[in-house]
Design a protein around this ligand. Structure first.
Ligand SMILES: Nc1ncnc2c1ncn2[C@@H]1O[C@H](COP(=O)(O)OP(=O)(O)OP(=O)(O)O)[C@@H](O)[C@H]1O
Length: 465
């Protein structure tokens, strides 16, 4: 190809550069302007000076910088948001010029901020209007998530809300089962009636029974005439959270009540009608419980007339950043911070992580990051994530190639993966073995055996870099 004359090259370059949206600026070692396009003319003197300083520092270090975020206040008090990339240009191994490419992201930032504000207003509105003295806080409008999987389950849940059939919500810990239970209640015809929730895993077996059915005076030592949750729920909803922890004996009693629609307070002969709807949840796979004879089959089919499965966060990648931005805007307000951007590395790390603790883990990780955020910055980066994120990125364990490249045997590879998953689950549960075991879908004792075998201590640090 015939080489272009210098003048022609410059003309072509200038024409192209004048027709792109970014401002381009090139200087030589002496600080003389070698090249710039027409977008630079819109820069104010202070902004131009700042850019020159940045270019000079790249001359000194020789290191390029990519997508560096800067916020300017113009003389007429407007905020300008910029992303700048500065690259040294070398000739025969020596830096002869430095080029700066500046993207004005003001419009996009303003739009994003508007979206966050609207999202927050909507959420606050939902929280205040949903608290209709019925014991709930959430409606479907408060659920953040636009992925196809989430939209499908919301649509199913809305349909189920309109029928009185018992619903079983399944899904890993932190996926939002309780939010779904409340939203279903508020979407249904009995939304003016009470919503009563009971965590079956948190209450001892003997107490659980009296809490659900209520007691009569003298039923046992110290027993009083007290309505149970079945009565308190009236014509509303009784939400039995973590139903997987319910004993077989109590399952049998609940089954009878669900079939007969009648119950008796403990120590009473008088039958009361059961008018409420039962929504229950389980964070372990009920089919495993059935196989292990820990759940009665007849009880399962009775409570799971409608089974809604909430997908884990790792299966709805599109929701991760949406939720992240929502939580950042929430914690900005709570902690008086001004985070306006998430860095590309943070976005990628959040999207590539497997989130064993799901939305709850994402929420905690970001609350932690916002807390430690340096007030002089505007961009939240991956450096603010807990330590275990950085460790996992060193070991690309999801790829078969990585294990092959390290000449690992199958048992070595599997042990590495097992170790990583356990460490992450423990870090997410802040060392709580029961919660970590639940997240991993194994029994507590099973996790303890594995911890011993792998020599992992339960106190995995939740440290911010
Ligand atoms: N789609 C969502 N939008 C906004 N917040 C969410 C969403 N899903 C979950 N959360 C938040 O994540 C946290 C965990 O949700 P929730 O308690 O409903 O999970 P869960 O599935 O019931 O967990 P567990 O099985 O451990 O009881 C809550 O703070 C909740 O507000």
């Amino acid at each position: 190809m015939k080489p272009m004359a210098d003048f022609d090259t410059l003309l072509y370059l200038q024409t192209i550069a004048n027709h792109i949206q970014d401002a381009v600026y090139v200087i030589n070692k002496q600080g003389d302007e070698l090249f710039f396009n027409n977008k630079i003319e819109r820069f104010e003197p202070s902004q131009r000076q700042h850019m020159l300083d940045e270019l000079r520092s790249v001359f000194l270090t020789g290191k390029p910088s990519f997508d560096k975020y800067t916020k300017y206040i113009t003389v007429d008090r407007r905020e300008v948001h910029m992303l700048s990339t500065i690259i040294p240009i070398e000739k025969h191994g020596e830096i002869v010029a430095v080029c700066s490419i500046n993207k004005n992201i003001t419009e996009m930032t303003n739009l994003l901020n508007k979206i966050y504000k609207l999202q927050e207003q909507l959420h606050n509105y939902c929280q205040s209007s949903a608290n209709l003295q019925n014991g709930t806080t959430y409606t479907f409008d408060c659920l953040i998530g636009r992925s196809p999987l989430m939209s499908a389950v919301i649509n199913k849940a809305k349909k189920a809300a309109c029928s009185p059939a018992p619903i079983l919500l399944t899904g890993e810990t932190g996926t939002g089962k309780e939010i779904f239970a409340q939203s279903i209640h508020n979407y249904g015809p009995a939304n003016s009636q009470p919503f009563v929730a009971l965590n079956c895993a948190a209450i001892p077996e003997t107490l659980l029974e009296s809490m659900i059915f209520g007691t009569t005076k003298g039923a046992f030592t110290g027993a009083e005439n007290k309505p149970g949750l079945l009565e308190q729920a009236g014509r509303g909803t009784l939400f039995l959270d973590e139903i997987n922890s319910m004993s077989l004996v109590l399952q049998a009693k609940m089954l009878r009540i669900l079939e007969e629609k009648k119950f008796r307070r403990l120590g009473s002969n008088q039958e009361e009608p059961m008018n409420c709807r039962i929504i229950s949840s389980s964070n372990v796979d009920c089919h495993n419980l059935l196989a292990e004879n820990k759940m009665r089959e007849d009880f399962f089919y009775r409570v799971a007339v409608v089974n809604l499965h909430i997908p884990p966060l790792r299966e709805r990648q599109q929701d991760i950043l949406l939720l992240a931005r929502y939580f950042i805007s929430k914690f900005n307000k709570a902690y008086g911070k001004q985070i306006t951007r998430l860095s590309t590395d943070l976005e990628e790390t959040l999207q590539n992580y497997s989130w064993p603790g799901n939305v709850r883990e994402l929420c905690h990780v970001l609350e932690n990051a916002v807390n430690f955020f340096d007030d002089n910055e505007a961009t939240l980066t991956a450096a603010y994530l807990p330590d275990y994120f950085h460790k996992q990125s060193l070991i690309p364990m999801h790829t078969v190639e990585a294990a092959t490249a390290q000449n690992q045997t199958l048992p070595q590879t599997l042990e590495g993966i097992e170790r990583q998953l356990i460490i992450r689950a423990l870090a997410a549960s802040k060392g709580n073995i029961t919660k970590a075991a639940l997240a991993l879908g194994i029994h507590r004792q099973n996790l303890q055996v594995r911890l011993k075998k792998l020599g992992i201590t339960k106190n995995v640090q939740f440290v911010v870099k």
